[in-house]
Design a protein around this ligand. Structure first.
Ligand SMILES: [Zn+2]
Length: 322
């Protein structure tokens, strides 16, 4: 179950109001105590909200991706990083959170209206052969000017799980290439134990390669670019906290290398961001409504460079309703 913002909240059931969450925020509901609901906030901490102050969206009955209609599907799009968590930065100063949020919004907008797709070219067109998706959530919204917000990984994963999402796509852009590799170095990480997540990753890699082929640049890449997994040192569990914590088919997309000046220039353009969003859109349509297997699966070489902790900054506060 998810709850919408614009809501007073407390630190314990029945305790005095501690704040009012900003309109437009969405929360995963994890527990209940009488008329009080326990939510996980953007700072990965527990809040309690009285039922009267909440707008509820019930958890979706689980369906099987590949056999769904678009209008019955729930999708969560996760713009990577945010606020003080800046992710990767290009040499000209373009930062991942801004780009990721814009691409996520474009993806949401594509999903939110009926469309058509020319499957020969991949162009997303006006039309209504593909209905709007049933529900689409973003895990992060823009904060107040000068104070953009982060969202904890636990929060992001919990939102997808409690909403009963059919897919969670986390939008990122990459750094530290070690190519050579022929063509765009798009990477998509999947959940090692989830066959649906793996299929979604393969579809996304196909659609990135199709959508980016029209851009003539010297692409950066890792030698093992494609759809892949990454494991913790135990060799069993997913390395990335978002993939480990999410209970629904989830992938982390690294569409382009923001650290490559040519790709940073591309990522600064609306055309390329739209191409990225359209690739995610096409992959989701195929994942939800077809049984296409995807491709571009690769055996990853071992990695030692650690990722971020996934915890928001210590000064994290839930954005308040002005
Ligand atoms: Zn990132």
């Amino acid at each position: 179950m998810a709850a919408l913002g614009g809501m007073p909240y407390s630190s314990e059931p029945g305790s005095p109001t501690a704040g009012v969450a900003r309109q437009g925020l969405v929360f995963g509901v994890e527990e209940r105590s009488g008329d009080w609901f326990g939510l996980l906030d953007q700072c990965n901490t527990r809040l309690w909200a009285f039922s009267g102050g909440l707008a509820f969206v019930p958890r979706k009955e689980s369906g099987e991706p590949g056999r769904l209609q678009m209008d019955e599907a729930v999708v969560v799009i996760d713009p990577g990083h945010g606020g003080p968590n800046t992710g990767a930065t290009g040499s000209a100063g373009l930062e991942e959170p801004t780009v990721n949020l814009d691409i996520a919004r474009r993806t949401r907008d594509l999903l939110s209206e009926p469309r058509s797709i020319d499957w020969q070219t991949g162009l997303v067109l006006e039309g209504d052969t593909i209905p709007a998706v049933g529900t689409v959530w973003l895990t992060r919204v823009e904060g107040p000017p000068g104070a953009d917000i982060d969202s904890g990984l636990h929060y992001r994963a919990t939102l997808a799980t409690t909403a009963g999402a059919d897919a969670l796509v986390s939008i990122h852009n990459n750094a530290d290439p070690d190519g050579p590799f022929e063509g765009p170095g798009s990477e998509v990480f999947y959940q090692i134990a989830d066959e649906a997540s793996r299929r979604l990753a393969g579809l996304l890699v196909e659609e990135f390669r199709r959508g980016f082929a029209v851009f003539d640049v010297d692409w950066a890449a890792d030698t093992d670019a494609g759809a892949k997994y990454r494991l913790r040192s135990d060799g069993i569990r997913d390395y990335y906290g978002l993939l480990r914590r999410s209970g629904v088919p989830s992938v982390i997309a690294e569409g382009a290398f923001i650290s490559n000046p040519e790709e940073e220039d591309l990522l600064a353009t609306p055309e390329f961001r739209q191409a990225y969003a359209e690739a995610v859109y096409r992959a989701l349509v195929r994942f939800l409504t077809t049984q296409d297997p995807g491709s571009g699966f690769t055996e990853p070489y071992p990695r030692t460079l650690p990722a971020g902790s996934g915890a928001p900054a210590p000064e994290c506060v839930v954005p308040q309703q002005p």
